[in-house]
Design a protein around this ligand. Sequence first.
Ligand code: TXA
Ligand code: MG
Length: 361
Amino acid sequence: MTTRVRTVDAARPEAEVMADAAAIIRRGGLVAFPTETVYGLGAAALDAEAVQRIFDAKGRPSTDPLIVHIAGVDHLATVAREVPPVALTLAQHYWPGPLTLVLPKHAVVPLVVTAGRDTVAVRVPAHPVARALIEACGVPIAAPSANRFSRPSPTTAAHVVDELQGRVDLVLDAGPATIGVESTIVDCSVSPPRLLRHGGVTREQLLDDVPDLLVVARSGDARESQAAPGQLLRHYAPSAPLTLVVGGETAVRTRLVDEARRLAATGERVGILAPEEDVLAVTPPLTALAASGRVLLQAYGRRAEPASAARDLFAALRALDARGPTVLLASGIGDEGIGAAVRDRLSRAAEGRVVVVTPAC
Ligand code: TXA
Ligand code: MG
């Protein structure tokens, strides 16, 4: 299969490009498209054969269910057989946007989409291209993130091409995703509702509408985060082993410098992934090692501006990976707001190697 890439205006998608993409989806093909969170790999959600192609292209296990993207809250009844009041409240508050709701599944949704479950995950994306695509297709679109299984989610069309060249019919390129981490997932098929995955809508925001929300997704220890199926520990895995260091800012920086020096002395090429504030702070003691190529520094946004850290995280992880480190160290941005999603993705990339250092006195 040859993969075509077409650029599309992020704010005002060209009707002709969207018609091309919609025709591919309607005849059972695969189209990678931008959403405000990450790029998705889309197929017609009610066509079981088309959906199977998503699993094949990604190398994704059939036990990991997909998210169904619809045009608006009015279309919920076409994929969910029941919409509890709390789900409607959340949908009305956060759609279109980075929130996915798990609901009792309508019989029309094929079991391949939901990995055999009786529930379906649904979201209305906010990105104009995603919305135009769903509207042009006239059918719901099943779409996971457009990466190979267990790799970081793509936030640009170039990431999608790197991973899925020859496995997808068309990639729509509308520039980088603005949120950068995947949607928040709330299971509304149970009472009280459960937060399964931290994402673009924060736990703090959700608690306003759902005071009894059960936070099942842990932002700290990925070993415990099996709440959402497919939320495997080995997720977002870079090619070199990564250790996440968390704790007080000064203590974290000291540990990054000490560990980088120690590892570099044993011949490792050490990659450090950290918010800009940490990179600027750790650079002076590591200058000589950085000059020798033994330490590679990669910033992802600013701790003082958490949205920038979320936006840049996956692209920075890929960029650092491409520089060929043999071992990786990372620091987080704290657990507040979207920081919980950043922490979750980093601790998964670390496959549970999370070191907690105590704050420096
Ligand atoms: O932001 C996003 O959510 C992106 C964009 C493309 O919309 N999509 C995305 O999809 O991140 P994916 O496949 O990478 O993650 C979907 C996750 C699954 O791994 C699973 O954890 C959860 O959604 N999920 C799907 N259906 C579910 C269900 N019925 N019950 C519980 N969790 C479900
Ligand atoms: Mg994914």
